[in-house]
Write a protein that binds this ligand. Structure first.
Ligand code: SAM
Ligand code: SF4
Length: 346
């Protein structure tokens, strides 16, 4: 398996299917790419998936913009299902889910994340610029009826807007058997002093502490080792996943993800826009993209790093194709003179 200079394999591909949306969320990073009308053809996406699968990708997540705005979404899922043996999931704002949940399930989609940053109609409108909250709730119901399990509700925590709604969200998720994904508002280093970020960013460390203290169980997501807590709420279990990438070297050190933008570029990190690899011309001419794909893996670099001299133990999940089970590999990383040393299984 090809790894980057930090010993991190790429086992997960996040594919942006478009960069347009029917919402205008106040915090939206649009997966780190500017709004544009480009969309790769299903056959082009399929070619990338074939290469990615050969180099170790076993999980695919579709995102956008709003991926359900694509009329060919079911075809894309079907083509993906014929290549990717592991988890295929999609993140949506849920507005178009009501009519699409069943066909997505039949096409082979395993899981759905639905974004719902408030269950108060007024706040929902303020955050998204739309009054579509009922459509999203219908979408959630339809996704459950279509047979989707372990549905996650993405909730970006926003200072002064929805922090106090977290108990209500827990209540809703426990009742509806959904996993609540609490996401810290993230931005690049360059934008950390922007008005928008300063106004809405809220560190979720304290919230995570409270949840940890209540938890009856703790697991880790194999991507980024994100913690998932199970708490009891009104006699029901509720799973809460915490996504806290800001200044989190552990998060980056356990990142096994490569990205594909809607206009056909491999992107090594959400936060970086200086090392895209454009594979669209090769795809259009039906050329081989293996070298470009490997080059992109080699360019990967953790965005948030440990301080110089610090030594940290981290665990990288590493599933070798053809070998059953997850192999947890412990690696030690030490930052020295601006460079890294990596030692495995210390
Ligand atoms: N439109 C779909 C949706 O909203 O689920 C998919 C695309 S959206 C860019 C993917 C996820 O990124 C959503 O859950 C969204 O809430 C999250 N997101 C967008 N901007 C963010 C930011 N600045 N910080 C943290 N999460 C963000
Ligand atoms: Fe961004 Fe998703 Fe909101 Fe659309 S729905 S604006 S893509 S976060």
């Amino acid at each position: 398996m090809v790894t980057d200079s930090w010993g991190r394999p790429v086992t997960s591909l996040r594919i942006q299917l478009n960069a347009i949306c029917n919402f205008k969320c106040i915090f939206c990073h649009m997966e780190g790419t500017p709004i544009n009308g480009s969309q790769m053809e299903p056959s082009e996406i399929e070619s990338v998936l074939r290469t990615a699968a050969r180099f170790g990708v076993r999980k695919v997540k579709f995102t956008g913009g709003e991926p359900l705005l694509r009329r060919d979404i079911a075809e894309i899922i079907r083509r993906t299902r014929s290549i990717i043996l592991g988890d295929i999931s999609l993140t949506t704002n849920g507005t178009l889910l009501k009519n699409k949940a069943k066909i997505l399930r039949e096409a082979g989609l395993d899981r759905i994340n639905i974004s719902l940053h408030s269950i108060e109609p007024g706040d929902f409108q303020f955050i998204t610029g739309t009054d579509s909250i009922d459509k999203v709730r219908e979408g959630i119901r339809e996704a459950k009826a279509a047979g989707f399990r372990n549905i996650k509700l993405n909730f970006v925590v926003l200072k002064g807007i929805n922090v106090d709604q977290i108990p209500k969200m827990i209540d809703f998720c426990a009742h509806e058997d959904l996993t609540l994904q609490l996401i810290e508002y993230e931005t690049t280093r360059e934008n950390e002093n922007s008005d928008e970020y300063l106004r809405y960013h809220y560190s979720i460390d304290g919230i995570e502490n409270d949840i940890r203290n209540m938890a009856i169980r703790k697991e880790s997501n194999d991507l980024h080792l994100r913690p998932i807590y199970t708490i009891m709420h009104n006699g029901k279990e509720c799973r809460i996943e915490v996504v806290k990438p800001m200044h989190n070297a552990e998060f980056c050190m356990n990142c096994t993800r490569l990205r594909l933008t809607s206009d056909g570029k491999l992107k090594t990190c959400l936060m970086r826009d200086d090392n895209y690899i454009d594979i669209l011309p090769s795809l259009k001419s039906k050329g081989n993209i293996d070298d470009l794909y490997v080059k992109s893996i080699k360019l990967r670099e953790p965005y948030w790093k440990y301080d110089e001299g610090e030594e940290h133990k981290s665990e990288i999940f590493c599933k070798v194709p053809g070998v059953a089970g997850n192999r947890r590999r412990e690696t030690f990383h030490t930052m020295r003179n601006g460079g890294w040393t990596v030692g495995g299984n210390k």
